[in-house]
Design a protein around this ligand. Sequence first.
Ligand code: FES
Length: 153
Amino acid sequence: MSENNDFDALVGEIEGAIQKDEKEIYTEKTLEEAYNPKNVGELKEPSAVGKVTGPCGDTIQIHLKVEGDIISDCKFITDGCGPSIASGSVVTELVKGKTIEEASKLTADDVLAILGDLPADNLHCPVLAINTLKAALEDYRNTRSFRNQSISE
Ligand code: FES
């Protein structure tokens, strides 16, 4: 066997072991959302932006597009762990089509309910995603009140 084949076989073995470990730790839904996240990226002209770094040092950014009072689009990016990717993905799916009021009532438990639980070490990941959503909603409220102020002046 050539050196390249040995290396490829070793990489394959390691990947297989990692996937096996992941399946023992995370739910199928978490792995699906982490490996195939929805709504990744940035919006061209977001109505609001939230960017929060958690105590673990990972950052999530959320862009919202608001039309009327409805969140019509939402995108996220993160430099964080798999569960933070999964949580960001779920949050973006949850907020689309909701009013600002409805979106502000979402909690980390709503995200956890969809992911089907996480290990204790990752419970802060959906919290970070929800805190980022709250920062974006706050940004929207501030921008909107600034806009209303400018119109009335
Ligand atoms: Fe930091 Fe998951 S470990 S968000």
